[in-house]
Design a protein around this ligand. Structure first.
Ligand code: ADP
Ligand code: MG
Length: 328
């Protein structure tokens, strides 16, 4: 009898050890790729290397699909089609792009036009690689075309139309965050509990880093390394910086975040980091707050309870939203 109990408990221990080791068993899997004009990084914890590879490939394929749909540089993208046709009449678009346009316009309404995808009406005349900027006369001519209110969306038919002949749009301020959310939602559905997906300045974290928080840094806008490092879990984080894409002429920095009211690069801020639940929102908000500047931008984030901000102004001074100064 005693012997039998011994054998049973031995089996039990082996079964228990097996279950425990199975749960702990696993490792980090990491892959990078250059897609959507930026660097995409995926890192996940998984027990099966082959399965992890399949999941990461899905993410990269999805990013490539979104790029094909929304790139303003690919002449056959849906976005390029809108830009060439929507001033002539309603253009039918995919439900996915339509929804993103609705979200973009909603950010335009809420921010009173500081986030405005029609910035592209002049934005397309900047070439940061070749240090080309539009002439003053061109800017003046383009300004009337910059107005999110001239985008007419018809949800019954998924059509988009521009009310101004020179309007163009660009989703560079929101599409990467959208893509990161799609990837993360998919990975969570596939059972991933620890991981991170990054597209340029937009990241979203799944869970913790196996028993400790993820450490994410805010880049120093003018120097090397990080100016702030934050412990974070299950969160999205986006940074917009004037150092990402820019050139200088006569000491003046021309970068990729455009003030829709002037058609020129925003001054006064070097970087904005927004944290919150989803990357699409933090992406759009980091661009919005960048345009708003320190005072208005902080007030804007204070109105939105799930979001936090870290702003670095043009003298390198740091500003935090109140929840970061006095954590609850
Ligand atoms: P990135 O991650 O590419 O650096 P950001 O989130 O910093 O992107 O947003 C910058 C991008 O947003 C620009 O490259 C441009 O495509 C777009 N953009 C620039 N100005 C505005 C604006 N006022 N409203 C909406 N989108 C903008
Ligand atoms: Mg952004």
């Amino acid at each position: 009898m005693t012997r039998k109990i011994h054998v049973m408990s031995g089996r039990l221990i082996i079964a228990l050890l097996f279950t425990l080791s199975w749960n702990c068993y696993g490792q980090w899997h990491k892959q990078d790729a250059g897609i959507m004009g930026t660097s995409i990084k995926v890192e996940i914890w998984h027990s099966d290397a082959e399965r992890a590879k399949v999941l990461m490939s899905w993410v990269f394929d999805e990013m490539r699909r979104i790029d094909r749909l929304m790139s303003p540089y690919k002449p056959k993208s849906e976005l390029a089609l809108i830009n060439s046709q929507a001033s002539l009449g309603p253009v039918t678009v995919s439900p996915e792009l339509f929804r993103l346009l609705q979200m973009s316009v909603a950010h335009g309404v809420r921010s009173e036009g500081q986030f405005d995808i029609t910035f592209a009406s002049i934005g397309y005349r900047y070439d940061y690689r070749q240090s080309i900027k539009p002439e003053e006369s061109e800017i003046a001519q383009a300004l009337p075309a910059i107005d999110f209110r001239s985008i007419k969306l018809e949800s019954a038919k998924n059509t988009v139309m521009f009310l101004h002949p020179n309007t163009r749009i660009d989703l560079g301020g929101i599409a990467k965050g959208y893509a990161v959310d799609l990837a993360v939602d998919y990975l969570i559905k596939q059972g991933i509990q620890h991981g991170i997906v990054t597209a340029g300045g937009d990241s979203r974290i799944i869970g913790d880093r196996k028993g400790r928080p993820w450490m994410l840094g805010v880049k120093s806008p003018r120097g090397e390394g990080h100016i702030v490092t934050l412990p974070v879990e299950s969160l999205a984080l986006s940074t917009s910086g004037d150092y990402e894409r820019f050139f200088e002429v006569d000491g003046k920095r021309h970068h990729h975040i455009i003030d829709p009211s002037s058609g020129r690069s925003v001054t006064g801020v070097q970087s904005v980091t927004i944290m919150g639940p989803t990357a699409m929102q933090t992406d759009a908000l980091s661009t919005t707050v960048f345009v708003m500047g320190v005072k208005k931008g902080l007030a804007y984030i204070e109105q939105q309870s799930d979001y936090s901000a870290i702003i670095i102004d043009d003298r390198g001074k740091l500003f935090y939203s109140s929840d970061l100064v006095n954590p609850r």
